[in-house]
Ligand binder design. Structure first.
Ligand code: MG
Length: 449
């Protein structure tokens, strides 16, 4: 049995790997898993394939006896919100997040608005391969439509007081689904919004969707040219956010997370931060500044959410700019992250660059090496042997801990690559660590090929 689910649901090339047939089977499998009853919220992004997959998925869900609440165009955090708001038994989002336009994906959410646990994903997988159960004609599910955007924006406005400074924000949604919420919400909260790439276009002509510095050059330039206070960028489904400071410098995802955490947790006693092995040591600094604790999990949203469920926590986040506010939604929330970041600026009266400089500086290098899927476990084993004389953390991949930095060598859950992250206090040292990591990684891959 091959594996359908990666780190974030099922992903693939639309109409080739992720076909209408597979979408139907996934819908039928979810309905079968729920014993042919229950109400399912279904939302999608604005990819050219999303409506096709939506129709097929809904056919599967209703063929299996489930009732469907069609939400239409929905950023991922809004789907999580809607699943709870409309008391659904599960939710499904059709999106490939930051992947190129030719991809798409399907991800399941539970009744609490959290992504399905691995165990439930495996159960769905098993049903897909075995074949789901279609119901008799009188039990076929019905389809209705609902608007989730208004209640989401209302709930957000109830939680967040209006900003006072009238900050000027350039919002770059990459022509994707964040466009339907973030510019409007920030305006309602009192910001002056300049929108960039906020016209919906499923070919994503404005920029690549991943919120990494190399894709945000236009945003950085626009922030400077408009003399804006900051720039906000979302990935394709708005569950991640990156921030650009007033000088056009891009803050890494973990620094955005760190600053938001510092602000969000400022009044809590011994707060607990949940993050992964791939985030910066700046989170450890934030945890100790707050007199709190930090827990590091495997990489991926389900791992962070799973830790909240097992042992609790006050905020969660990842190095890619995904932040989870568990008392709001059990899902990476790029829109709330942007709102909380701006609230921090509004409250302190500081510039983004000044805020950023309140945290210790770290240098990071992120690289990747191609590695066939079947080699990954062997490469990991070989790497562990090569680094045996250092302190190792094997929570996920291999984290090599040095006195003055760390190195993470980890197979990707979605692509045939190995990632190599290095972090240290200065550039010279981080370059050395990154070089060491890539050299060992490439040698292991070469020898085992
Ligand atoms: Mg995303």
């Amino acid at each position: 049995m091959s594996k359908l689910f990666g780190t974030f649901g099922v992903r693939g090339l639309a109409n080739r790997e992720l076909t209408p047939k597979l979408a139907f089977e996934l819908g039928l499998a979810l309905a079968t898993h729920l014993n042919g009853k229950g109400k399912i919220a279904v939302g999608h992004d604005n990819r050219t394939s999303s409506e096709m997959l939506e129709h097929a998925l809904i056919a599967g869900l209703t063929a299996g006896g489930c009732e469907v609440l069609k939400l239409g165009l929905t950023p991922t955090p809004v789907l999580s919100f809607a699943t709870r708001h409309f008391s659904c038994d599960a939710g499904v989002i059709i999106t490939a997040s930051h992947n190129p336009p030719e991809y798409n994906g399907i991800k399941f959410w539970d009744s609490e608005g959290a992504g399905f646990e691995r165990k439930r994903e495996r159960e769905i997988e098993r049903i897909v391969f075995k074949g789901g159960k279609r119901v008799n004609w009188q039990y076929i599910g019905r389809v209705s439509e609902a608007d989730a955007l208004e209640p989401y924006i209302d709930a957000m406005l109830k939680r967040v007081p209006k900003f006072k400074r009238g900050l000027k924000v350039v919002v770059d949604c990459g022509n994707a689904t964040g466009s339907v919420v973030t510019p409007r919400l920030l305006r309602e909260l009192g910001c002056k919004v300049v929108s960039l790439n906020c016209q919906l276009d499923g070919t994503f002509p404005g920029r690549k969707l991943e919120t990494v510095p190399e894709n945000l050059g236009e945003l950085a330039k626009t922030v400077v040219a408009c003399k804006a206070d900051l720039g906000v960028a979302h990935d394709g489904d708005a569950d991640r956010t990156l921030i650009v400071d007033e000088r056009g410098e891009i803050l890494s995802g973990d620094r955005v997370f760190a600053l938001v955490a510092l602000h969000y947790l400022r009044e809590r006693k011994r707060p607990r931060i949940v993050t992964t092995v791939a985030t910066s040591a700046v989170l450890d600094d934030v945890a100790s500044k707050l007199g709190g604790d930090i827990a590091r999990t495997r990489v991926g949203e389900p791992e962070v959410v799973g830790e909240f469920r097992k042992r609790g926590g006050d905020i969660g986040g990842e190095e890619n700019g995904g932040v989870i506010f568990p008392d709001w939604l059990l899902c990476r929330e790029g829109i709330m992250a942007a709102v909380k970041f701006i609230e921090l600026l509004d409250r302190t009266g500081m510039k983004v660059s000044e805020l950023n400089s309140t945290l210790p500086r770290y240098s990071q290098i992120k690289q990747r090496a191609k590695c066939p899927e079947e080699l990954k476990p062997k490469v990991l084993k070989a790497l562990a042997k090569r680094f045996v004389k250092y302190k190792l953390d094997r929570t996920d991949g291999l984290r090599v801990i040095f006195d003055d930095g760390w190195l993470l060598l980890r197979p990707s859950g979605t692509e045939p690559i190995f990632r190599c992250f290095a972090e240290a206090r200065d550039e010279e040292r981080v370059e050395k660590l990154a070089k060491l990591g890539m050299r060992e990684l490439k040698e292991c891959i070469r020898k085992l090929s």
